[in-house]
Design a protein around this ligand. Structure first.
Ligand SMILES: Cc1ncc(COP(=O)(O)O)c(C=O)c1O
Length: 447
């Protein structure tokens, strides 16, 4: 628990910092400044202690201030703080790639480092195109995403994503040749625990799009196995299996964006293993470094890597793509420390064991009159709040009321995202749910 004696003033000026994905005007009138984090608690500038019910932005599942990670980073910085990742390397990035490949499903054993989730998705898109060029299928450069998908904020990721508010200002500059399947949330899924029984036929949208665009022109279909940032939409039973079959029929690559679900959120290392469907490419970020240092990762099937390698003459750069901060030592050292904690603390099984308790706790909020829907899987939950006046107003108000009640959650429109840290105990789940209840009740009593 964070000490309550630690207090600090808000900064002298809030004017200069243009905050991302925030209501800057609202924040600057009533700032919410976090001054310290320890374990699964955060302390605010005005002395409140919050339980971190969303693991930050899903990215601190091992809790804050982990000594092993801090030590690993310190050691790394003292020995080798940076080395350019192009045409030279250092041992850690290879060691980490081996560790990651041991956890990925199937033969997704070739590992490309990026700097965040968005760049992981952009990289996956480019690798898909490069792969098809390498095998002579130069016509394959179209992509299929899904409504309500979130894949990040650069142009490629934004285009395959399916949240209208994110792209409406930028329509003129989106990638051409991208179609979207319908999302998988049906009215009968409102209070379903885990995977819904109905809705697998929505995967046939991919077949319809393949007819429209020509299956032979589509490079890849990208989905989050569980749609995270739209408010946690759980895939209907057999839906992902159907997508896999349709991709195979047309030779389309299947990309799972596991930036949220990767590294244990579902109770398995990846949702791919949890749902028994092996994609061709997986993107990951968030939990990879426990959120402490930016890092994204793309895992690809061996045949994709081999084809791209084989298509290039000896000595040539095979893929003209990479980032200054691709797999830099400080990120890699954090990620290796995280991998060791996953093993030592049997983290994925821990998530699995806590999932039912979390499910029951979350669904206990059903009696609150403004709760329209509750969804969950593993340690991931979504709660829809009835709209007030205009979309997003109620969700934002509940977020603020929850913050005041002592729990940090992530709002997205009128949905709340709950993603407890994996190191939670049952009493912490109780604390998150109780404080959410207080926050939601206070919302109900406010204008
Ligand atoms: C599924 C998914 N993909 C990609 C991203 C983009 O990640 P980043 O914000 O690190 O660029 C996110 C971010 O929330 C995400 O949820």
């Amino acid at each position: 628990m964070v000490s309550t004696s630690f207090q600090t003033k808000i900064p002298n000026s809030l004017n200069e910092h243009w905050m991302p994905f925030s209501s800057n005007k609202d924040f600057k009138k009533n700032p919410r400044i976090i001054v310290k984090a320890e374990g699964i608690h955060l302390q605010t500038h005005d002395g409140k202690t919050l339980i971190d019910g969303s693991s930050g932005l899903y990215c601190n599942p091992l809790g804050h201030g982990r000594k092993e990670i801090i030590e690993a980073i310190k050691n790394q910085l003292e020995n080798l703080d940076y080395t350019m990742p192009f045409q030279q390397g250092y041992g850690g990035s290879f060691e980490l790639a081996t560790m990651i490949a041991q956890k990925t499903p199937g033969d997704l054993n070739r590992i490309f480092y990026t700097i965040c989730g968005s760049t992981a998705v952009e990289t996956a898109i480019k690798i898909a195109v490069a792969y098809f060029r390498s095998i002579g299928q130069t016509n394959r450069f179209k992509f299929v995403g899904r409504e309500r998908g979130y894949h990040g904020m650069n142009i490629g990721a934004l285009t395959v994503g399916g949240i209208p508010n994110n792209s409406k200002e930028f329509k003129n500059i989106l990638m051409p040749g991208v179609e979207h399947m319908r999302h998988t949330f049906l009215p009968e899924h409102k209070f379903i625990k885990g995977q819904p029984d109905t809705g697998s036929e929505l995967a046939d949208d991919l077949e319809t799009i393949a007819k429209k665009l020509g299956g032979e022109n589509i490079a890849a279909c990208i989905v989050e196995p569980i749609a995270g940032s739209t408010g946690t939409l759980i895939p209907p039973k057999n839906y992902l299996q159907k997508l896999r079959k349709i991709c195979d029929k047309h030779g389309i690559l299947l990309i799972f964006d596991e930036v949220v679900t990767g590294w244990g959120r579902t109770g398995s290392a990846f949702a791919a293993q949890e749902f028994g469907v092996t994609p061709d490419i997986i993107t990951m970020a968030k939990a990879t470094t426990n959120g402490i240092v930016p890092m994204g990762v793309v895992a690809v099937r061996e045949k994709i890597y081999e084809s791209v390698m084989d298509a290039s003459p000896e000595g040539a750069v095979e893929l003209f793509h990479g980032y200054t901060y691709s797999g830099i030592p400080v990120a890699v050292s954090a990620a290796i420390a995280v991998q060791k904690i996953f093993e030592k603390e049997d983290i994925f099984n821990r998530v699995k064991k806590l999932s039912k308790y979390f499910e029951n706790g979350l669904h206990s909020l059903k009696d609150l009159s403004c709760v329209d829907s509750i969804r969950n899987y593993g340690l991931l939950g979504g709660v829809d709040i009835s709209m007030r006046d205009k979309p997003g107003k109620a969700g934002f108000n509940v977020y603020k009321k929850c913050y005041d009640a002592g729990v940090n959650i992530k709002p997205t429109g009128d949905a709340l995202i709950i993603a407890p840290p994996f190191v939670c105990e049952k009493k912490h789940i109780d604390e998150i749910i109780e404080k959410m209840r207080t926050g939601i009740k206070n919302h109900l009593n406010s204008n």
